[in-house]
Design a protein around this ligand. Structure first.
Ligand code: AMP
Length: 286
């Protein structure tokens, strides 16, 4: 595996590979890799001749009071894990090279980005779509892989790719979890031992909701009440949102149906955790 740090070099390498008829898969990440990221890389490995993963803590998707400066970083460990997952090129650009002086463009997806995480993180998705669009231009992948853990992000990226006719197939993959069901996340590293013990409340709440729907409950308020009661049992947990939405439009639904997704964002201490589950999914939450 090679580490490529310059934008121009990454783009030249990708162009040359494409000229040679090689296909490229891209896994964008902010690093501090875990098994969730590695599952995307392993699938990317199967889907293209060349596998590129990016590690870039993108400043434009963090709000002014958010954790850009403290976001966990460990490039050496990331490089070892990425190499083990079959990555050919690990793209690790500098902020100044991605956003040079005079940078003036933003990609905005409206509607989908104003609800849920977008309501409490106003500039977040514009930062995400702009950087993902740039990465698509630099790495020129045929396929890009994202986790369904960030359900809204995946919906927004699908919308952007469709709307801008970007020639990239977007693949969404299942959430990888810790043995107790907590969705893996680089931010889990922020949790104290006491907070970590409270974090499985999210998966418990999703399970309670799924079980209720399985036995015929369709009333959104009653399902959400189960969710809120479970989260509220934890002393340090504060719900940012708990919503049942259509999986494509992300609009709240009046009644649970086959396209409904339950989305959760919960602060435990200073750590904001998100999780979700499609309520009619055949597969049970592990
Ligand atoms: P991040 O480094 O948090 O920006 O995430 C990079 C990619 O990994 C995104 O597509 C995420 O949705 C995905 N991802 C993060 N956590 C998980 C997880 N637990 N399971 C599957 N994919 C994940």
């Amino acid at each position: 595996m090679e580490i490529i740090t310059r934008v121009a070099e990454m783009q030249a390498r990708a162009s040359a590979a494409k000229k040679n008829g090689q296909s490229i898969a891209l896994v964008p990440t902010m690093g501090f890799l875990h098994q969730g990221h590695l599952s995307l890389m392993q699938e990317g490995r199967r889907r293209a001749d060349l596998l590129v993963a990016s590690v870039f803590v993108n400043p434009t998707q963090f709000g002014p009071q958010e954790d850009f400066a403290s976001y966990p970083r460990d490039l050496q460990r990331d490089a070892e894990l990425a190499a083990g997952a079959g990555v050919d090129w690990l793209f690790v650009p500098e902020v100044d090279d991605m956003y040079p002086q005079g940078f003036a463009t933003a990609v905005t997806v409206s509607g989908l980005t104003e609800v849920l995480c977008g309501a409490s993180r106003p500039a977040h998705f514009q930062g995400v779509t702009t950087v993902v669009c740039k990465l698509f231009g630099i790495v020129q992948p045929q396929v890009a892989l994202f986790g369904r853990k960030d359900f809204q992000q995946l919906a927004v990226i699908r919308r952007m790719t469709l709307d801008l006719n970007l020639p990239v197939e977007i693949i969404g993959l299942p959430t990888v979890r810790e043995p107790d069901g907590l969705a893996m996340s680089s931010r889990n590293a922020y949790l104290s031992a006491a907070e970590r013990r409270q974090a499985p409340a999210l998966i418990d709440a999703l399970r309670l909701a799924s079980a209720a729907v399985k036995t015929g409950e369709r009333n959104v308020e009653r399902v959400l009440a189960l969710v809120r009661n479970r989260i509220d049992r934890e002393p340090d947990a504060v719900i940012d949102y708990a919503a049942i939405c259509n999986g494509t439009t992300l609009q709240a639904v009046p009644e649970v149906d086959g396209d409904s997704v339950l989305l959760l964002a919960v602060r435990i201490g200073r750590t904001r955790l998100i999780d979700n589950h499609t309520l009619f999914e055949e597969v049970d939450i592990p």
